[in-house]
Design a protein around this ligand. Structure first.
Ligand code: ATP
Ligand code: MG
Length: 278
C-alpha cells in the first residue's frame, strides 16, 4: 500500500458537513492514489462525488478494478482518500465506526460464535442489556428466516444462510448506512435470487440507506433506486441513472420493458468501458 493510502489509526474530532444536510452519505471530490513499485502513481479513484439521500438504495456497478470496493472501504473509514472528503450523517468519516454496517462477499462471521452470538456481537460491545439484546436479535433472526438456526455455528450453515446472518448482524447495530460489497457474489444463481427477494423485503421494512456494489446488472436494477455506473482507469462515476421502476419490487419485474430498457443502457455503458480497455 502506498503512503497516500495509509490505514487510519488516528481519532479526531468529527467535522460537520458544510453541504446538503439531508444526504446520509456525501462523497465530495474523492480521489485515491497509490504509489506504484516503479515509482509512478496509480489513480484508483478520480474526483468521485456522489450524494445518497436518507433511505435511498444506491447501487454501484462497473468493470473489475474501477474502484468500487475502494470507495466502500473509504466510506467505512478503513482507508483514507488522497484528497476529498466523505460525510456520513453530516459527520466527516475519520476512521471506522458502528454507524456504518458492512457486508462483504466473503463470509465474515466469527466461527466460534453461534448465529445468535454473531448477531448480538456489536450490541454486547455497545453495552446493551441482555433483555433488549434478545429482543433485537429475535427480530432480525425472524427477518432473515433463521430463527430455527439461532444456536447453530457458521460451519453448520449454507453460504446463503451465512450471508443472511451477516445482514442481520449489520442491521442489528442500527447503522446509519449499510455498505454491501458484492454480498451475493459467491452464491449460486438460485440462492442469489432468494437473497435478492429477502433483501428487498427487509429493505421495505427497514428503509436503511444502502450502498450496494454488484457486477450483476439485473441485481442492480432490481434492488436500486439509483445506479452509479463507474468507469475504470481512472476509476470514476461515468453515469448516474435513476431506476424508474415502482416499489414494492419482485423478481418478475426483470421482464418489464422499463427494466429491459435500463439494462440495455447500462450494458451499453459497460461495453464502452470494455472497448476503451482494448
Ligand atoms: N493496496 C493497493 N495498492 C495498489 N493498488 C491497489 C491497492 N488496492 C487496490 N488497488 C488497485 O485499485 C484499483 C481498484 O481496486 P478495487 O478493489 O477498488 O476495484 P473493484 O472495482 O472493487 O474491482 P472488483 O470488481 O474486481 O472487485 C485496482 O486497479 C486495484 O489493483
Ligand atoms: Mg471489489
Amino acid at each position: 500500500m502506498g503512503a497516500v493510502a495509509a490505514v487510519r489509526r488516528d481519532i479526531q474530532v468529527p467535522v460537520t458537513e458544510p453541504g446538503n444536510p439531508t444526504a446520509r452519505l456525501r462523497v465530495d471530490n474523492v480521489s485515491l492514489r497509490y504509489d506504484t513499485p516503479s515509482g509512478g502513481v496509480f489513480t484508483a479513484l478520480d474526483s468521485v462525488s456522489l450524494e445518497v439521500p436518507d433511505q435511498q438504495f444506491a447501487v454501484i456497478v462497473g468493470p473489475s478494478g474501477c474502484g468500487k470496493s475502494s470507495l466502500l472501504y473509504l466510506t467505512a473509514g478503513l482507508a483514507e482518500p488522497s484528497s476529498g472528503e466523505i460525510y456520513v450523517g453530516g459527520q466527516r468519516v475519520d476512521g471506522p465506526g458502528a454507524d456504518r454496517g458492512m457486508v462483504f462477499q466473503s463470509y465474515t462471521l466469527f466461527p466460534w460464535l453461534t448465529v445468535r452470538q454473531n448477531i448480538e456481537f456489536g450490541l454486547k460491545r455497545k453495552g446493551m442489556p441482555a433483555s433488549e439484546r434478545k429482543e433485537v436479535v429475535d427480530f432480525y433472526l425472524n427477518e432473515v428466516g433463521l430463527t430455527p438456526f439461532a444456536d447453530n455455528y457458521p460451519k453448520q450453515l449454507s453460504g446463503g444462510m451465512m450471508q443472511r446472518v451477516a445482514i442481520a448482524r449489520a442491521l442489528a447495530n442500527d447503522p446509519q448506512i449499510l455498505l454491501m460489497d458484492e454480498p451475493f457474489g459467491a452464491l449460486d444463481s438460485q440462492t442469489r435470487m432468494q437473497m435478492q427477494k429477502l433483501l428487498l423485503r427487509i429493505w421495505e421494512h427497514s428503509k436503511k440507506t444502502v450502498v450496494f456494489v454488484t457486477h450483476d446488472i439485473d441485481e442492480a436494477i432490481l434492488l436500486g433506486d439509483r445506479v452509479y455506473v463507474m468507469g475504470a482507469r481512472p476509476g470514476r462515476i461515468k453515469q448516474t441513472l435513476d431506476v424508474p421502476i415502482q416499489r414494492p419490487r419482485d423478481l418478475d419485474m426483470v421482464m418489464d420493458h422499463q427494466f429491459i430498457d435500463m439494462k440495455r443502457q447500462i450494458l451499453g455503458l459497460l461495453h464502452d468501458e470494455l472497448e476503451d480497455a482494448h
